[in-house]
Design a protein around this ligand. Structure first.
Ligand code: GTP
Ligand code: SPV
Ligand code: MN
Length: 613
């Protein structure tokens, strides 16, 4: 067949599958550019999942796990150079450079479009082009947020089926509303020549994760991994959604949502922003160690916050699955996650395989298996120097398999938010918990949030960096404007119903170098104190940085922790804060004119309270 007649076949695809004219035209245009062998519209059915996963097994991309251990579950092993988000190659191409701000990479949109157009030209040759209609959040929400991902990766299709609501039902709703959708284009950038043998994880050395905020579109090239390729997640539900939220008066945040019910039966909703691989999924699935408190989850990674009719803040989780860090998630630290994973229907990426056809990762069980196949396919024993699972290996599991999922997860317009936690991974300086003095002081805590970098992003691990609201890699516009937007939203809200804000740190070290606080389920003690603060019951000490638990105010019943150990975890240390202050000043200086005056005033207030002026 000649090339031009080939394209005529592809031209006819769009209109035959959808009455949504814009979508049909976009799909046709992409097919003409990327030149796939065929175009396939994803319906989201079980039959389709069975077929695609079998094709992926045949292609060597997936390994079917032993169904007695993990039913309907698969392991994938990526190219060793494609294991995490690539922040240096992530761009916010706003029309004006100023609007992408100093925290983002920027290129002039038409220049970037030209570059991407030439990369995508023929990039799907020899492959199937999949069209995935999806909605982030509920299709029945007051304002459903639609997207369509085009990808040449069946692994992405299978993963998207877990992570988002996808398929024909969503497409029909889009058509009925003639809805706006975010076009999200993805290619692994590995076209196949006639007769060329494919590899198990096609990708390209060159990677581009690009967002055009004004037209609300996404182009991702070269990577098949997680947040680079499942475009509903970080690219849409955070970067593009944060821009929509700025324009429409809401917030798109990197937060978990937890519902806690007190022994008196009163329920509270807490959202928590922690940078990547810093404990969101674990806190979302917490098993409280204190008596009488019940925890249920609504979300583990992304939270959309909107104002309700009474000026209350309402939260929804726009996702349908968990894409969780595997290492450290285990039967002793996180049984709720493990029970959900064990139900199957999951895709594991870059974990190790056990000899009986199951999966394993560091921290999954207390006993370490005598033999494994590591994530690179090599034999592994406990003597091996390298970890068996990649530090950023992930489980991808439907959220409805979590026993502790709150029924409120299904509320199309969410639930009222009562408290916000900001947390980082800091060895020093940041106490276990500090309550902000008020909303603006809480926004200051979020704006100056800092954390040691993790394996979730390519690059050096363990370096302290400022990560405002845990959104540093995900703010789709100018960071100063983003902080101003947090202030603006609070002014529109009912002041009586504003969530209380707390700064937490589960990762402070003691003099011996161990964790000063046991963490995980024991974090429920901190949550209890936070709720009792909201209720006006718990005592606090006022320090220059905010309110910390008064002696005896944290419930430590049943916990083996001495007064001294508790002190190490919770104390405010003036000398550490003298250094912190310098670092915060350097950080704020980077914002230039776009730093909100209210936050500069917060810094001045802190300086004064620390006796630094
Ligand atoms: P992303 O999915 O990348 O956004 O990560 P996340 O924020 O959901 O982090 P997750 O809950 O998966 O935890 C990441 C790592 O932190 C795991 O290795 C956990 O074992 C560890 N971790 C989580 N909570 C705690 C805690 O309370 N204390 C300690 N010491 N480690 C924790
Ligand atoms: C994160 O890095 O915050 C993640 C994993 O949740 S990814 O989807 O790859 O962004
Ligand atoms: Mn995350």
């Amino acid at each position: 067949m000649s090339e031009s007649s080939d394209h005529q076949v592809l031209d006819a695809q769009g209109a035959a599958h959808t009455t949504h004219a814009k979508l049909a035209a976009w799909v046709d245009g992409v097919a003409q550019l990327t030149k796939p062998d065929s175009v396939y519209w994803v319906d989201g059915s079980q039959e389709e999942w069975d077929r695609l996963t079998q094709e992926l097994v045949d292609a060597g991309t997936l390994t079917r796990l032993n169904p007695e251990l993990f039913p309907n579950s698969f392991a994938a092993f990526s190219d060793p150079a494609d294991v995490a988000r690539v922040e240096e190659q992530t761009f916010i191409c706003s029309v004006n450079e100023r609007d992408s701000g100093f925290t983002n990479n920027w290129m002039e949109p038409s220049k970037m479009k030209a570059k991407l157009t030439s990369l995508f030209d023929g990039s799907m040759r020899g492959r199937t082009m999949y069209v995935i209609p999806f909605v982030m959040g509920h299709v029945d929400a007051d304002d459903p947020k639609f997207g369509v991902e085009i990808t040449d990766s069946a692994y992405v299709v299978a993963s998207m089926r877990i992570m988002a609501r996808i398929g024909t039902d969503v497409l029909r709703k889009m058509e009925e509303l003639d809805a706006f959708f975010v076009p999200a284009l993805h290619s692994v950038g590995a076209p196949l020549e006639e007769g060329q043998q494919d590899v198990s994880w096609p990708c390209n050395k060159e990677k581009w994760i690009v967002h055009f905020p004004e037209e609300r579109s996404i182009w991702s090239y070269g990577s098949g991994y997680g947040g680079n390729a499942l475009l509903g997640k970080k690219c849409y539900a955070l970067r593009i959604a944060s821009v929509m939220a700025r324009d429409e008066g809401w917030l798109a945040e990197h937060m978990l949502i937890l519902r806690l019910t007190s022994p008196e039966g009163k329920a509270y909703h807490i959202a928590g922003a922690f940078p990547s691989a810093t404990g969101k999924t674990n806190l979302a699935l917490i098993q409280p160690t204190i008596k009488g408190w019940k925890a249920e989850t609504l979300g583990d990674d992304i939270t959309w916050i909107r104002l309700g009719r009474e000026g209350e803040m309402r939260v929804v989780n726009p996702e349908a699955g968990l894409f969780g860090v595997a290492p450290g998630t285990g039967w002793s630290t996180n049984p709720n996650a493990m029970r959900g994973i064990a139900k199957g229907n999951s895709i594991f990426t870059n974990v190790a395989l056990t000899d009986d056809g199951g999966v394993w990762w560091e921290g999954m069980t207390d006993d370490v298996p005598a033999h494994l196949t590591d994530w690179r396919g090599n034999d592994w024993t406990p003597e091996s120097k390298e970890p068996a699972a990649h530090p950023n290996s992930r489980f991808c599991t439907p959220i409805d398999q979590i026993d502790m999922l709150a029924k409120e997860y299904y509320e199309p317009n969410g639930v009222e938010l009562n408290a916000i936690l900001f947390g980082g991974r800091r060895k020093t300086t940041i106490p276990l918990v500090t309550q902000s003095r008020d909303w603006t002081n809480g926004v200051f805590m979020g704006a100056t949030l800092s954390s040691e970098t993790t394996a979730a992003a390519a690059g050096q691990v363990g370096v302290v960096r400022r990560d405002p609201m845990a959104m540093l890699p995900f703010i789709g516009y100018d960071a100063g404007d983003y902080l101003a937007h947090w202030e603006r939203i609070s002014q529109k809200a009912n002041p009586e119903r504003l969530p209380k804000i707390f700064l937490v740190n589960w990762f402070r070290r003691n003099a011996e170098g161990g964790f000063a606080w046991p963490g995980f389920g024991e974090n429920s003690r901190v949550l209890k104190w936070a709720i009792e603060r909201i209720e006006g019951k718990a005592e606090a000490l006022e320090t220059p940085i905010g309110f910390t638990p008064a002696p005896g105010a944290l419930d430590l019943e049943g916990l083996d922790l001495s007064e001294d150990e508790l002190q190490e975890a919770t104390r405010f240390d003036a000398s550490e804060w003298a250094n912190e202050l310098k670092s915060i000043e350097e950080w704020f200086a980077k914002f230039g004119d776009s730093l909100p005056a209210s936050l500069q005033a917060e810094l001045e207030g802190l300086k004064e309270r620390l006796g630094a002026k």
